[in-house]
Design a protein around this ligand. Sequence first.
Ligand code: ZN
Length: 110
Amino acid sequence: MTGHWETLRVRTATKIGEADENGCMPWLGALDGTGYGMIAAGPGWPTTLRAHRISYELFVGPIDQGMVVDHTCGNRRCCNPEHLQAVTSAENQRRAYARGERRPRGARRA
Ligand SMILES: [Zn+2]
């Protein structure tokens, strides 16, 4: 793990809250316009990263190319690695519909 990743890991860990009654560990930092936690990647990485993806990569493992990280709990702020699962984009959409989070029409792009 590089120094950059170590820094990011520490910054991420300090922004994940205590588990609530559902076991969800809420992101305490900034949220983006769609309700996902976000974190600035850091010096030299002029991008904003999705907090739950970082949590997954840090605590579970690398995310395969083309995969998205689904919240099995449906809570976008949640960063509990046990609630995160890497799935295909199609599977993620199917689950979101099944949970009633998204409708086929008028869905916003995440
Ligand atoms: Zn959760």
